[in-house]
Design a protein. Structure first.
Length: 332
């Protein structure tokens, strides 16, 4: 099994964005040392609780601070941007770190409507153009714009012999359909918990059309994991995640990722507790043996060999330990 890391850089209660980014760098270095395959960072806008909004800037920093691990975006919200500019950004990253850069693409806004309007000010955006943007981006990356293209002859610089690895990110069937149709790599955000999305990976693999660069389907699943020495400790650490995502579900983005003490003292209603119980079913929380068993079961369920692990704890040392225990559980 291949294990990777997805980091959203939540700013924990009592800490700053600068401290959080230093922790992100430490975690990337640990993941590099432990043998994790990839380290992806996300794109979110206008959020007090998240420390980064520009994945490509952070990728440059993290790739320079590590030596082996692939570093990439999870993902770039392509409808906001010019495919040409994204291609040039990531070709430059690939030139700086050949063979280590991933370009994960999403079509969600990555923020609330106000930030979306600001990002797209002065331009017409049609979400239905996302598949066309993916085609344009790949053509720029490989210098293969078709003769009849509206920008035929245009090259994305720098001109290099390699290209970043492109993945289409999705939490529902829609992106799985696009990835299958285009013969692209597919990353399924299982931890989002979108109802009815469980068959997305199966659909992708069953309907995959081979492409020039990808003769076979390649899929990974992003899952939420908290691993600790005991089941009780893992469950206690997870209370911060429970409150953070419960608030998000209720339309209230917290200004920070709460501590365990804040989460345990929160006045939950009976409905809140039922929602937390339901959502926890999609998360993997427990001892190394329990986490290993759940991941192996999910490997059979999805039929894939790579999991991108999201671990959210207020205690940063507990977060580092969770990734260490997971690596040890799989003999990395």
């Amino acid at each position: 099994m291949i294990l990777s890391v997805l980091d959203q850089s939540q700013i924990c209660e009592g800490r700053t964005a600068s401290q959080t980014l230093a922790e992100t760098t430490r975690l990337a270095q640990l993941a590099d040392e432990l043998g994790y395959h990839r380290y992806w960072v996300s794109e979110h806008h206008a959020s007090r609780a998240l420390a980064h909004s520009s994945p490509e800037v952070l990728i440059a920093h993290l790739a320079a601070a590590t030596s082996r691990i692939r570093v990439g975006s999870g993902g770039i919200m392509l409808p906001h941007y010019s495919a040409y500019k994204v291609a040039e950004n990531f070709k430059l990253l690939e030139a700086l770190h050949p063979g280590r850069i991933d370009l994960g693409l999403g079509r969600a806004p990555g923020g609330m409507p106000l930030s979306t309007r600001a990002l797209q000010e002065g331009k017409f955006v049609d979400i239905d153009r996302y598949p066309e943007q993916v085609d344009d981006l790949n053509a720029y990356l490989y210098d293969k714009l078709p003769a009849g293209h509206r920008f035929a002859g245009l090259q994305a610089s720098p001109l290099i012999p390699t290209a970043p690895e492109v993945w289409l990110l999705g939490s529902s069937l829609g992106t799985a359909q696009i990835a299958a149709r285009k013969g692209a790599n597919y990353a399924y955000a299982q931890f989002f918990g979108v109802p009815g999305s469980e068959d997305a990976v199966h659909y992708y693999k069953e309907n995959f059309k081979p492409s020039e660069r990808h003769p076979e389907p390649r899929a990974l699943a992003a899952v939420m994991v908290i691993c600790a020495d005991t089941e009780e400790e893992a469950s206690r650490l997870a209370t911060s995640t429970d409150l953070f995502f419960l608030s998000l579900e209720q339309g209230r983005m917290l200004d920070w990722f709460p501590s365990v003490e804040t989460a345990e003292s929160y006045p939950y209603t009976d409905y809140d507790r039922e929602r937390i119980r339901a959502v926890r079913q999609r998360r993997i929380i427990g001892t190394p043996a329990q986490v290993r068993a759940r991941l192996l079961n999910m490997q059979d369920q999805f039929g894939i060999d790579e999991f991108m692990v999201v671990t959210l704890t207020h205690d940063f040392e507990a977060r580092l330990k969770s990734y260490r225990l997971l690596a040890e559980a799989f003999g990395m």
